[in-house]
Design a protein around this ligand. Sequence first.
Ligand SMILES: Nc1ncnc2c1ncn2[C@@H]1O[C@H](COP(=O)(O)OP(=O)(O)OP(=O)(O)O)[C@@H](O)[C@H]1O
Ligand SMILES: [Mg+2]
Length: 254
Amino acid sequence: MRARVIAFANQKGGVAKTTTTLSVGAALAEMGKAVLAVDLDPQAALTYSMGVDPDALGETVNDVLVRRLPVEKVLISREIDLVPANIDLAGAEAILLAKTGREYALERALRDVTARYDYIVIDCPPSLGILTINGLTAAGEVVIPLQCEALSHRGVGQLVETLADIRHFTNPNLAISGVIPTMYDGRSKHARQVLNDVGSRYDLEVLDPVVRKSIRFAEASQAGVSILSFAPTHPGAEAYRALARQIDEKGGPG
Ligand SMILES: Nc1ncnc2c1ncn2[C@@H]1O[C@H](COP(=O)(O)OP(=O)(O)OP(=O)(O)O)[C@@H](O)[C@H]1O
Ligand SMILES: [Mg+2]
């Protein structure tokens, strides 16, 4: 077994990267897959959303990246396995920048555990800095959560350029698995059309179905579990199950 490694990335904030990483990961686990989630954001929203208090942690992904602590030393078992983060990771950026091979720190760290999982899902921070570059370099695929709302699409061109750079410099095999449309608000009738236009302009597949807006997502994260555990029959849980099935059926790159 060799894990498919999927980065969830978009430099725009608040488009449901973290929610999508956890929900897709939990849905894959429901299907019987072994799943590891990696929190690459100093804000540690994924860690928090999995019921772990970031401030109470000693060692985190920061130690894995900066001083090569083995991933097993920081692993936490919850709904799925987690490599947690906390605010210490904010300092990693500067330290990594001074190192040779800085883009590969996560890729190298994950090599030890890739045989144990079917999927490794990576929650990237809302920037295109060295942490996101580490996520995209470690990944075989990237999924782009995109809010169903016109204004949130402005950065897509920049993201697509960054992905081209990653392919050129650090990870020639990086595949773009597609866009996951999030936070759909039934009132914006043209949202789906706008997304399809964005998809065709940048040659990105828009996955089905859209994830609708619901307060349940915030409630689930406060409860420290995914929407799938929090409200198993909620349409949001069903949407992420369908998206995870689609991702699983597509198969990995190469
Ligand atoms: N479908 C949804 N409907 C309503 N709220 C949602 C939905 N998905 C996520 N949210 C909520 O929106 C907020 C932002 O989501 P999330 O943290 O997943 O986005 P993000 O892209 O990871 O943000 P950041 O860029 O800060 O890392 C959270 O409070 C989350 O609970
Ligand atoms: Mg996030």
